[in-house]
Design a protein around this ligand. Sequence first.
Ligand code: URA
Length: 214
Amino acid sequence: MKNVRVIDSPVVLMNLCTMRDKNTDSQGVRIATRKITRCLLYEASKNLPLVERDVTTPLTTFKAKTVDPDINLIISPILRAGLIFTDEAIDILPQACIRHIGMYRDEETLKPVWYYNKVPMDAPNPEKFYVYITDPMLATGNSLLEAIRLYTDKGIPIENIKCICIIAAPQGIENIHKNFPEVEIITASVDEGLNEKGYIVPGMGDAGDRIFNT
Ligand code: URA
C-alpha cells in the first residue's frame, strides 16, 4: 500500500498481541501500547532534518549528526487515546511540543465533534514545521482528516505531516489517502475492517476505555 508503512517487527507484534487480548488489564494495555508507540515514533523520526555540530569526545573532536534544533516539531495527540503517545514522544524527542486536539466521535454519525484545539493559529516558515498526529486507532479516519487539515491550512507541507496509528482499518486509510494521497501513515497493523458500529475488527476494542480503565 502506497504511503502506508507497517512496522511489524517481533517486538511490535509481541506487544500488539498483548494489547489486543481482552484478558490484558488496563495497566498491561498501557505498558504494551507505550512500547509500540516508541517503535512507531522512531520510524516517524526518520524524516527529521539533520545538522552537524562539533562534538568533543574523550578522544577527539568531530562533526556529529543531530536533529536540526531550528525545526518546530509538533506531536499532536487526538484526545483521549492519542495521549498514550505523549510521554514516549517527549522522552525521545525532547524538542517537541505537544499540541492537543480534542475530538470525539458521534456514535450515530461517526463524524468527529470538536471540543478542544491547542494548535497554533499561525506558523511562520511552515516548511520548518514537522507534525506527528497520534491516535492508536485509525477507524473511519474522519478525526484524523480534520487534524491533518488543521495543519495543512497553516501551509505546513503534507510531506512534513505523519499519522501514527497503532491499528488501522483499510477504510480509514482509503479515506485519508483520497483526500491527502501524499500523507504517510505509520502503523503496526492494517486490520480486516470496521464493524457496523465503526469499531476496528479484530482491533482491540475501545482504545480509550482500555488504556484509561473506564
Ligand atoms: N476507536 C477505538 O477506540 N476503537 C476502534 O475500534 C475504533 C475507534
